[in-house]
Design a protein around this ligand. Structure first.
Ligand code: NAG
Length: 482
């Protein structure tokens, strides 16, 4: 399902060179859900940079901020995933955490429940001062308008694990959570959610007790980060405990999301294996995008929508700083997976993985990737509450803002430089003839970062714009009636 351009050059388009080389028709009768937003997971980068207002401004506002000498338009992310840590350095009753020899220190997240002596959050078994930097970034995001919060876990607390090692089990492919601690992991997550509701100034909308649970790379001997394998039947048990522990604490409105599998196909398999009871307790399917161009996105969408569940692309990342892979996989997601939210993994990281390039260990920022600006095209324009429409092709995404009668289209030109033509003739009113269509351009790789122009106009029921090869453009059309 890699994006392949259908180069259907019509004779009419060739005859009038000012017109388009490629046409897509936006379908106003389509409805791919109400957009919930764009986000990032906190975890490592926030634990390193939790005091940085400039990063918070860049990610969680839409104002212009300067980062490493580069002026950036804020992404306006409104979804924040907060990682309940698994690590603590204090011993209890002769036991202490085991650490993978390959563990990267900046990827150890301090957990709140430091020993098993007491489940009472006011007891000395709980350290609510832990992880202050990540929490600080959480609050900065909240103060800037982020309004959807998810609590997730990469691994249960070390002392709940067979080998006491939050990087994973000894072989990576077997469960690490001790069977007598299934409920304790649920108590941990529910207690953090309750403590946040009482003390942190917001409620988590969702809690996910797993991260890539089917993966077999969570290995205590070789792991570089917190992680934990869970068999599907173990997931089902923990989900049941979590539902009741949330309810007991007055959080019956806090939903469970699961299972944050790495691949679309694993998510399908887990969905089919959880069983009716546990599946009934999962209100939203979260999936990660690490299968990239492969995998049955549409099958997962069919399963989730068939059971009336929301579906999020809850984690995406790769090392391509150009933004090319982000753009192509995001287009695939919007066309086949149809999530109602899309969350990038680490907003700051090295090796092309960050939107902003930084070193979490050294706590230094060194630049802004072109990928940042590619994401800005989508995240600054397709906003929460908009209805996602069928963009009519594999290179365009469309969204409609009914309150403002505004149509947003984001399109990518993978081919040679050409005109892309957008046909709005199926709308009741496809914009006002002659009216300006505002547009923004980002060049994948390098070049234009986020350049605004007002030189495009509606002509009849369509408009067009010249795209360089690998250019992303966003259009905002006013006065559109579905
Ligand atoms: C402490 O460790 C001892 C020896 O392993 C064990 O018998 C006892 O139950 C433990 N106590 C607690 C509170 O875990």
């Amino acid at each position: 399902m890699k994006p392949t351009l259908q180069l259907t050059l019509s004779l009419a388009a060739l005859a009038t060179t000012a017109s388009a080389d490629l046409t897509t028709t936006i379908d106003p009768s389509s409805n791919r859900g109400t957009w919930e937003g764009w986000g990032t997971s906190l975890a490592w980068w926030a634990a390193a940079f939790g005091s940085r207002d400039d990063l918070a401004d860049a990610f969680f506002t839409t104002k212009t901020t300067t980062l490493s000498g580069t002026s950036v338009p804020g992404l306006g992310l409104n979804i924040v995933r907060y990682n309940a840590g698994a690590s603590s350095t204090t011993s209890y009753n002769g036991s202490s955490m085991a650490v993978s020899p390959k563990m990267i220190p900046s990827r150890q997240i301090e957990g709140y429940w430091t020993n098993w002596a007491s489940a009472s959050p006011s007891s000395s078994s709980w350290n609510w001062n832990a992880d202050s930097a990540q929490r600080n970034m959480l609050w900065k995001a909240r103060d800037r308008g982020a309004n959807i919060f998810e609590l997730f876990s990469n691994s249960p607390m070390w002392w709940m694990l067979n080998n006491h090692n939050p990087a994973g089990s000894d072989d990576g492919s077997s469960d690490n959570l001790q069977s007598w601690n299934y409920n304790q992991h649920a108590v941990y997550m529910a207690t953090v959610a309750k403590y946040a509701a009482d003390n942190w100034g917001f409620k988590f909308r969702s809690v996910n007790p797993f991260n890539e649970p089917t993966a077999t790379w969570w290995n205590g001997k070789t792991g570089t980060q917190e992680g934990c394998h869970f068999e599907v039947k173990t997931q089902a048990s923990v989900i049941g405990y979590l539902r009741s522990e949330l309810n007991t604490r007055g959080l019956s409105g806090t939903i469970i999301s699961a299972s944050d599998e790495s691949y679309y196909d694993q998510a399908v398999s887990t969905f089919n294996g959880l069983g009716a009871t546990a599946l009934g307790q999962v209100a939203r399917i979260n999936v990660h995008g690490y299968q990239y161009a492969d995998g049955k996105r549409d099958t997962l969408y069919g399963l989730a929508s068939g059971k009336g569940k929301k579906l999020w692309q809850s984690e995406y990342g790769e090392g391509d700083a150009t933004g090319q892979r982000l753009a192509s996989n995001l287009l695939l997601d919007m066309r086949w997976l149809r999530p109602t939210a899309w969350v990038y993994w680490q907003a700051v990281d090295g090796d092309g993985w960050g939107l902003v390039t930084g070193d979490n260990g050294a706590k230094s920022i060194s630049g802004v990737t072109q990928k940042y600006f590619v994401l800005a095209q989508f995240a600054r324009h397709i906003k929460p509450g908009m209805r996602i429409l069928d963009g009519g092709s594999d290179y365009a995404v469309a969204a409609y803002d009914s309150a403002n009668r505004k149509l947003v289209i984001v399109a990518v030109n993978w081919g040679s430089a050409q005109y892309l033509n957008f046909e709005l003739g199926k709308f009741k009113t496809g914009g006002v003839d002659g009216a300006v269509v505002k547009r923004w351009t980002t060049q994948i790789g390098s070049g234009a970062r986020y350049v605004a122009a007002s030189d495009t106009k509606i002509s009849g029921t369509k408009f067009w714009s010249k795209f360089e090869k690998n250019a992303v453009q966003t259009f905002e059309v006013e006065g559109v009636v579905l």
